[in-house]
Design a protein around this ligand. Structure first.
Ligand code: SF4
Ligand code: MG
Length: 318
């Protein structure tokens, strides 16, 4: 359904000294129709920037993004607007993206207004259907966001994202601001909707447990790079990249059975001045000389399992 092909998102730094921030640097992957592709990584690794570029809230500075075969990376004007019907995004903080001065109904009306569909369909009926889909009673339609709970607000955010029947939804920390019990309800809802409506998700979270719960495939990001991509099962069996190993060792159900928790030393370096070679080399327990100068490519080490690390690039000199 979607393919990122050497996508780069660079920002100019705030001042001359800070240089270029390489928030997403040469990232490639595919998202299959009907799957949940989860992305994990620490804050600042570029996962939100990547998510925003996939729905073109940000324009990539390099590479291509194919949605259903069309390169959306450079779209403008009307074509960009049309593309947005197919790809929607849900954010972490529902309060921040719902206009406090508009009722739920007005909020849900927005997508139809923006796309000039108000005269063309029974929007009221569609809005009621959206409410049912996200499990909210229609009496909430006359309410304002502040009258709703966090979970209800996120359901409205989901309803709005569903309004124009998208193919793919980017969920950027969609449940991170919610209480754990509400989190589970919203995750269940997302799962139900996916099955009912044939949706595809790009599911971003810093929380590995959450990503593990929902994803069919998982991509691990570190400092603007995708360092490992694999099926859920493959990753459960074996993780190759030392960063993934450290990240996943922190999850109890995965860490049990002899996997020792690995603590990483040091801070994530700045994306405006990333380390040379492998960007993880300043913190990697398995670093060797080569890692400091050569950038490891993402390679397929088993069918469907991709890793960017010199330990697995098939060359003899390690
Ligand atoms: Fe560690 Fe080297 Fe692999 Fe990077 S390439 S993850 S530094 S072993
Ligand atoms: Mg983020």
């Amino acid at each position: 359904l979607m393919e990122a092909d050497h996508v780069k998102v660079y920002f100019k730094g705030k001042d001359k000294k800070s240089g270029t921030v390489k928030a997403v640097d040469d990232v490639s992957f595919q998202i299959m129709r009907g799957e949940t592709f989860g992305v994990v990584g620490e804050s600042g690794c570029g996962k939100s920037t990547l998510g925003r570029s996939l729905v073109r809230l940000l324009k990539p500075t390099g590479g291509h993004i194919y949605l259903d075969g069309t390169d959306i990376a450079g779209l403008k004007g009307k074509e960009l607007k049309n593309m947005r019907k197919k790809a929607q995004i849900i954010f972490q903080d529902p309060s921040a993206c719902l206009n406090p001065r508009r009722t739920v109904k007005q909020i849900l009306m927005e997508p139809f207004e923006i796309h000039g569909l108000k005269g063309q369909m029974d929007v009221d009926a569609r809005i009621e259907e959206l409410m049912r889909l996200v499990g909210l009673d229609t009496y909430h339609l006359s309410r304002y966001p502040h009258e709703l709970s966090g979970g209800q607000k996120q359901r409205i955010g989901i309803a709005r994202a569903l309004a124009l029947e998208p193919d793919i939804i980017i969920c950027d920390e969609a449940v991170s601001a919610l209480d754990v019990s509400v989190q589970a309800q919203v995750l269940n809802l997302l799962q139900e909707l996916k099955e009912k409506l044939g949706l595809t998700y790009f599911f971003i979270s810093h929380n590995l447990n959450v990503v593990y719960q929902v994803s069919d495939r998982v991509g691990v990001m570190y400092l603007g790079k995708m360092v490992e991509i694999a099926n859920y099962d493959q990753l459960y069996e074996k993780r190759y990249h030392p960063y993934t190993e450290a990240l996943l060792s922190a999850i109890p159900q995965v860490g049990e059975g002899g996997v020792k928790r690995i603590h990483l030393e040091g801070e994530v370096p700045s994306p405006s001045n990333p380390p040379t070679g492998c960007r993880f080399h300043t913190r990697c327990p398995k670093v060797c000389d080569r890692c400091k100068t050569e950038i490891p490519e993402l390679r397929e080490v088993e069918t469907g399992h991709y890793v960017a690390c010199h330990l697995y690039d098939g060359s003899e000199k390690k």
